[in-house]
Design a protein around this ligand. Structure first.
Ligand SMILES: NC(=O)c1ccc[n+]([C@@H]2O[C@H](COP(=O)([O-])OP(=O)(O)OC[C@H]3O[C@@H](n4cnc5c(N)ncnc54)[C@H](O)[C@@H]3O)[C@@H](O)[C@H]2O)c1
Length: 328
């Protein structure tokens, strides 16, 4: 089967491309390269000995998208292309609604016109806002910023597009994506991130002066926030399982992808210091308004319906991230 991967040059998308190729899917990447480069894709071609068709294009460019779908005739689309910075979405919601909502809408309409009926969507646990953990899929959706709302709106469209046009979809609601492929050859480009693990690694490497931690007075064991870190390869594997699901189960499906275990910021630092043998320079500042203290998933629905279970723990996540960052 051929799959068109929007945003496939980015962090999670490129790991999904590797997983697709390892499972004998053919891949066409459609990416504007606004937030990435082709470095991961070039590396994947070397690792697998396979060719990745690549189109440099914007998902808002309907003509180019149509042309690409007509040329490559994919049977499914994995849609990663979006912006992802929560703070920026608050300052500039137009940018986020345009790219994340209008962009996805555009992709779905081109699919509809060209009879492509399988769609896998990068959604997020931030749909649930400050819900009490463990968070299952039927927790109330209560996004608290434009980024999260942009993802919720797209999920609404997916529901409607199955009802009306029979485009089947799986929305995968990631918790905190982290780590790098275990080979150490592909990983997350730091220019695109505001996430704590790459920032810890960059600081340990001396590429940043210090790490800023937001708050140490939370109601947690060590006072710092706890999050559910999920290895990027575990996410990539879930995408392939989601695609398989759509081969025999039509509809709009949605799943949480997390480990069900939360780790505090201080614990991340402690593990990272141990495995790097270096001391991290960090400072603690005030907590950010509305930032939840603890978030972790209940991912049993993905286990029962996709047969997906996270394989990597936080120690392995940090080790793979360190291998990647320290090799660059
Ligand atoms: N990283 C996380 O922790 C996380 C968590 C939940 C959800 N997500 C979602 O997962 C997806 C992938 O995230 P990522 O971390 O790999 O981000 P990323 O920035 O590394 O990758 C996104 C890719 O999409 C491309 N892109 C963006 N806008 C585009 C457009 N208009 N046209 C074509 N290409 C475009 C970028 O160039 C980039 O290669 C995003 O939809 C994000 O919202 C990420």
């Amino acid at each position: 089967m051929k799959v068109l991967v929007t945003g496939g040059a980015g962090y999670i998308g490129s790991h999904a491309v590797l997983e697709l190729l390892n499972n004998d899917y053919q891949v066409v990447v459609y990416d504007s390269l606004e937030m990435s480069t082709k470095v991961n894709l070039d590396e994947i071609e070397k690792m697998t000995g396979k060719t990745i068709d690549f189109v440099e294009g914007d998902i808002l460019d309907g003509e180019k998208l149509t042309q690409s779908i007509k040329q490559y005739q994919p049977e499914a689309v994995m849609h990663f292309a979006a912006y992802k910075k929560v703070g920026e979405s608050v300052e500039n919601p137009e940018k986020y609604y345009r790219n994340n909502v209008l962009g996805a809408f555009n992709v779905l309409n081109v699919m509809k016109e060209n009879k492509v009926d399988k769609f896998i969507f990068s959604s997020t646990c931030s749909l649930y806002g400050n819900a009490v953990s463990p968070i299952g899929e039927f927790a109330e959706l209560h996004p608290i910023n434009p980024y999260a709302r942009s993802k919720m709106f797209v999920e609404g469209i997916l529901n409607d597009y199955f009802t009306a046009y029979k485009i089947s979809s799986v929305a995968l609601r990631y918790f905190n994506a982290a780590g790098a492929d275990i080979s150490g050859k592909i990983g997350e480009e730091v220019k695109a991130t505001a996430n704590i693990i790459p920032l810890i690694m960059e600081t340990l490497m001396g590429r940043r002066e210090k790490l800023t931690l937001f708050g140490d007075q939370f109601n947690t064991a060590d006072g710092t926030q706890e999050r559910d870190y999920i290895h990027v390869t575990d996410l990539a594997k879930a995408h392939v399982l989601a695609l398989k699901k759509l081969e025999n189960s039509k509809g709009y499906h949605f799943y949480n992808l997390g480990t069900g275990v939360s780790t505090s910021n201080k614990k991340l630092i402690e593990i990272a210091e141990q495995l790097s043998g270096k001391k991290l320079n960090y400072e603690i500042v005030g907590a950010r308004v509305g930032d939840p203290e603890v978030l972790y998933a209940n991912a049993t629905k993905a286990k029962e319906e996709l047969g997906w279970v996270a394989q990597y723990n936080v120690q392995q996540i940090l080790q793979s991230a360190w291998n990647w960052h320290s090799s660059r």
